[in-house]
Structures are given as C-alpha cells and as structure tokens.
Write a protein of this length. Sequence first.
Length: 528
Amino acid sequence: MHIQIYDTTLRDGAQGEGVNFSLEDKLLIARRLDELGFDFVEGGYPLSNPKDAEFFQRLAEKPLSHSLVCAFGMTRRRGMEPADDPGMQSLLKSQAPVLTIVGKTSDFHATEVLGVSLEENVEMIRDTVAYLCGEGREVIYDAEHFFDGWKANPEYALQTIRVAAEAGASMVVMCDTNGGTLPEEIAAITKDAGAKLDKPLGIHTHNDCELAVANSLASIDAGAVHVQGTINGFGERCGNADLVSVVANLALKKQDYQVLGGTGVEHLTELSRYVYEIANMHFRGSQPFVGPSAFAHKGGMHVHAVAKVATSYEHINPTAVGNERRILVSELSGRSNIIAMATKLNLQGDKSLMDRVLKQVVDLENRGYQFEAAGASFDLLVKRTAGEYRPHFELVQYHTSVVSRGGEPVTEATVKLIVDDRLRHEVAEGDGPVNALDAALRKALNGHFPSLNEMHLVDYKVRVINSDAATAASVRVVIESKDDGDVWGTVGVHENVIEASWQALVDSVEYKLCKEERSEVGGQRSES
C-alpha cells in the first residue's frame, strides 16, 4: 500500500524555535523533496507574508516535477462569504494545485478560542471546502485538535470532518495538535473515525510526549494512508513528527507499505543533513537512522561483535538510509576499536602497535582528551605511535595579545615557525586569539602548502574538564574543519585555553597536509 508523504517543513517546521528559512532556502528544500519523491510539499500561508506569496509564484513559474505544492490556510472568517475573504483569495492566487485548510474539530476550541457557535463553525468548514473545490482545487482538510475533540465530544468531532468530506475534501487529516495523545488512543480513534467516514484519513502529530513518530505509525497501521510531518522533526514547542524516521520505519520495518516511490529512502541521511545545513543548525548526533551516532560503536565488546556480524548491534544496514558505521575510540575501547579505526592507515595487522595505541588513548583520556569527535587527532596519534609521522613545520613560538582601542578589543597573534628549514615570522589580527592564531599560521604556511586555502574552520568548542579547579581548570578544545570533500575533528587539552586551542589547530592543519600526501601517493599509484 502506498502511503502519501506530506512535508510541512517549510511552514509548520519553520515555526520551531531557531528555525528560519529565506525564500531561496525554501525553494531549495522544496526541489530537494521533489527529487526524492515526496508526494506533497507545503510551502506556507500566502496571506501571512510576502515571502510565502513569492514562493508560490516562483514555483508556478517553474513547477516541481513530482510533488504537489500545497498552500496552507484557514476556514473563512465568521460572518463573511468565502469569495469575499482575503484568505481564500490569497490561496487561489497562489496557484497551488492543493490547498490545505485547517478547521476546528474541538467544540471547546470552536466556542472558547475561535469564539463562534458550534453551528457556525460547521458552516465555516462546509463553505470553505466547497468554495475552494468549486474553484477547481484539491482540498486537504486538517482537523485541528482532532483527538482531543473526539475524546471530549465524538459526535461533534465526527460532524465537522463529515462536513469537510461531503463538501469535497479529498483527504481528512486527524491532527494531534497538542501532542498529548498516546499511541493506543491514536489507533483506536483512527479505526473508529475510519469506520464512520467514507473518505481517506491522514495523520498529523506533534512530539510533546516524544511519541509523534510512534503515533504516526500507529495511525497508519489503523488505516491512515497519508502522513504529515517535517524533516528532522522541526516544529513548534517539541516539534512535529520527524518524517525521516517515519519514512525509514515504513520502508524498512513494515512489510506492506511503499513510500517515496521506493527509491528515496537511501537518500534520507543526505536530506536530513541538507536541511540542517540550510537552516544553519547542527546535526542532532543521536537522531535515529541518520544521525552521526546512529551507527557509532564505542564499547570494545560491541565493536568486536559488529566486526564479526554487523546485525549483532545494528538493526539495519546503515547504507539503507545513506548513513555509515562509525567506530569510536575512548577509555572504554578494546583492541577491536583501535584495529577498526586504524584500518584506513593499513596498520591494523601490528598487534603490538594496536596495544600501544590503546594504552595511549586510555592515558590521554584520563588527562581529559576525547577522540569521539576528533578522529583526525586519533589518526595522527596512530601515525606518531607507529613512527610514521613527520611534522610539516616546527613551532618556535607564538604570542597573542588583546588590546582595547576605543573600547573595542583587538586581538593580534604572532607566530614563528620553521618550514622547510626556513624561519617564518608572521603576524595577524582576528576576532579572538584562536582566530588570530589561525590567520597567522596560515600566513606562515600558505606559500609552502597552497592546499590550505581549501580548508576552513567550521566549529570551535571549549569544555572545562575539572571544574573544581576553578580558573586553573584544564579545558578541552575541539575544532571541526572542512575542505571540499571532507570534515574532520581535532582535540587539544591544557590548563591554558590558548595552548589547548593551538594543539587542536595544529592537528587540524597537519591532518589536512597528511591527507593531501595520501591522495598524491594514491594518485601516483593509480597512474602507474
């Protein structure tokens, strides 16, 4: 059975705290969803702001290939004919082929929140849906507060959705607007409503009890054929149902459902991270299926087992959703972790080396290092322990200073290095000590290593390790860097935050240069 996937990231998801999309952001995301086979893409409420209105205009000029574009709106205003309602006219003017209308299902919300009689609320639903269908548009009816309304007054809730169906709505979507309904209630009410309504049902859930995905699946198993949600679960309060998890569960865990044309599931990780990047938000590491930690293994026993039989600690093959297995190293690691991490360096056959590396990891983590987010520093650690590491430059000294000019702090860094037997002495200003050090280091190295121009620092984190020592505490600095094809993390630990930052910064540069050397060697081998 095909389950319709309706994405509302661009409207409902944008209501989440810290989420903001520009017009171009929305267009990019819409086209990516279209490429992956989403059935519906909701773009927003065209009357609410010029950006949403222009979004629909741009898509009308260059339509999507597969997905149906939906414009969102509300029932007509009380005491007003649909043809006279600005909201109705903005929906029609959007040229969206599908119009999603939200109406009140709960008697409480009709009388106390909307401020209309129960009879007028029903008429507002009927008039709106009938008018828009009469104008040649497909209408999806979103029954707001459906489950709360059904539990309080099932007869009235049923009346509201029957009116929408009779007026021409192609789909009635049951909304758990407050996110407080449990899966067993969702399933029972879906079955009850489905038995009394001659129209397909959809489900729209919120995550206030962290049950949005479970509730969506429960409703589908009970008869719903359409599911609404957002990528990565973005949305107001605790968010909406995460369509990434909904789709993955339907495609990979259930037997009888087909989604996204059967081909988009393997791109879910790429889609998830694409939306995070567009929204300028960090990935949620532990996000099921697509998070960086979803298939990450840290305990030595786990890694040993996964190396033998992947399914021993993985519920699916990571590649099924476009993700990958990651082996972490820490004081909990065994030799299996070290061997797995050292495989790409072709050093895994040396058991004595693996034991020495493991001892180094344990000792360093006892001093505050962590390599889980610093794989590049671990690679360098292995090379150093194996005696295969040759630094590309030698530090003579660095110096940083902060002075106030006209009330504004100005940071300056000086770096002295020996590079190719030559002394390089460079100075640079920056937004802070680390930024200034980075700039000075690059000035000293760029003439010798032009590939560093491709490298950028993308994140910088500082964590106090032993807070009992107050201002004398050790700190751990983790730096994330990237170039055109890779992202890597490095770590430094010291009582002085500048020194810890310098360690992580140097590792980041050294890893980039070592990586370039491996690529050059590989290229020469392939050419020969």
